[in-house]
Design a protein around this ligand. Sequence first.
Ligand code: T1G
Length: 706
Amino acid sequence: MTQAENNAVMYEVKDGVAKLVMQSAPVNALSRALRMGLIDGVTNALQDDSVSTIVITSSLPIFSGGADISEFSGGDLSPMLPEVLDKIEHASKPVVAVLPGPAFGGGLELALACHHRITFASNKVGLPEVNLGILPGAGGTQRLPRLVDAQTALTMIVTGKPTPVTKLPGVFDKISETPESLLADTRDYLSSLNGSNAIKRTCDITLSMDEKTQAVFDAVTQQTQKTTKGFYAPLKCIEAVRGAYTLAFEDGLKNESKLFLACMATPQARAQQHFFFAERAAGHVNDFDKSTPERAINRVAIIGAGTMGGGIAMNFANAGIPVTLLELKEEALEKGLALIRKNYENSAKKGKLTQAQVEARMSLLSGTTAYEDLADVDLVIEAVFEKMEVKKAVFSTLDSVCKPGAILASNTSTLDIDEIATATSRPEDVIGLHFFSPANVMKLLEVVKAEKTAPDVIKTCMKMAKKIRKVAVLVGVCFGFVGNRMIEPYGREANRLLLEGASPEQVDRVLTEFGMPMGPFTMGDMAGLDIGYYVRQSRQEHISHDPAYGAVADRLVEMGRNGLKSGRGAYQYEPGSRVPIPDPEVLDIAKKEAHRLGVKQRSDISDEEILVRVMFTLINEGACILEEGIAAKSSDIDVIYVYGYGFPVYRGGPMQYADEVGLGTILDKLVTYRDQLGDYGDMWLQPSDLLISLAKDGGTFKHYQK
Ligand code: T1G
């Protein structure tokens, strides 16, 4: 491909400077075309006697987002990025990287291979490869430590977090005060280059593993072992960086490459790279297109200033959108606003907010006890008591008060949005916005489209979610939508296993070893066992055929053991402590209930049985949800579970995990325990039609389209 044909990199020579301008929207992902453009450009510049200096920069507001992740699945990848960077670093003319925006991953590695680096003060750079289950594979673990201290290099590479360039003076030769002054400063810098200082190679810097550096490695290793339990790549990152201090540069590169390939070959890397695209694909929906208008959201109201309502309100205030909270009682309103202020003040105490930011956010919050004050809001989100009658009354009032075109949303976690919409004369303006608690912290937002919800309302809510820094997933109406519908079998089987003789701590251990942040019983105690109790009471028509359904949990609630908030639930808790302590009394209750209900207890319940019955039934429900079209694609379910329920991202989400295990295996194990469990298995462990058909054809959830 000639330079002229390669439109990923524009090449021009002027006044002795050869400029290679990367222009591959949206992020200059270092695709094969772009790598060829760079190598061709550098080759041309080195052969051109009129060229004294080479500049590599970007015409986009980003230098480069790194290697093209979509290429990881294979194909002809020559020239590989390390080869391109080696040519740059050993060029016989000075190569200067000018960063007009962030540089991540291979993008920063590209800059590190240049001889000089220039950017502006508010810019950020990073090596986020660890978030993809891998590590910097184009010299980042060898060049960065040669330019910054060990702690900084290790922190950047092991956490993957972006770092302000002002914290990396050793990396940049010139940091302009503003983006606007970058051009002039670059011109001055280029004219300052002369024979003696023109070529400085990072690879020529030598390091050694002295005592102080060893102590840093020991501390970072210890910290990483604690904070990245279950992850494979973080510790490999440390091993690769260690090579910068113990090996010659070329050997350090070889060591990095070996560790990179080891990481790339893991299911964790496949899972985290799947998740990178899954999170972005959630925003690609067929319910609207570029021509669908968006409604302006300039003023928002929240009905209910409780924990959820207050948390939801904070999201909008954080995004600079004025928000009014409505409570019918002055006292409840004051309490709600005070709780919001307390949350902000706590953030200020932790240094996450300045006092000025707290006041700015609080100034965007107002309260009222009168619905009439909501006449001109653009979006109302109801967050009142989870009872259909209560919600319909609220929506009927909103229908009469709010202006035409106002979007009326419910934060319900399970109830039927279609039914709520019947309480209004404008069902096309009604939608579900299911926030997860704590609403100002959790990134997930289930956007629930009802039968009559208008496309522009869906589009407005999906776009608004991004503005309030939420990851929105569009779902359909059914009990519990996607997340809570799938958590039902997860909890049901955990409770049934308790009845059959397993202990809460055994079940929880199996799920935490799987990678869940906590097991179902610890989660239930945290949320409050009474929540599940009321849901079961409201769902009798669906569970009354199984008299043992949730039996032990019901007894616990009837005994006032609601979980953490009452000091006892499935576990017991010391006053003021959240540490679950096994409680033999719970096993006695289970034994009595099993006897009363004629359920035979067993002492041989295996960890495998627990995982299959708790996690594979959750996956099976996900298959039903896909089959019914409640979720448009399996990756949406993965996004919901990672962001809403703490499913380990190194497994990619429940549906990615199932694809990785193999749907045939999932089906076989489900059927095995269904058959072992007799009537109970027939009742609750029937595999979905979709799981059966995909397993038969060797298919995957990932490639299933309804
Ligand atoms: N490769 C391929 N596609 C990418 C991409 C990448 N590196 N980065 C972004 N995209 C796509 C993304 O899927 C989306 O597509 C569109 O660009 C806009 O992205 C050798 C091996 C750069 C901070 O991990 O963090 O280098 O959905 O919505 O919010 O050591 O993208 O529009 O079809 O996220 O402005 C390391 C990943 C790679 C950075 C921009 N680099 N990207 O955020 O836009 S591995 C990363 C990001 C590597 C080397 C190793 C963000 C961003 P679509 P976006 P944004």
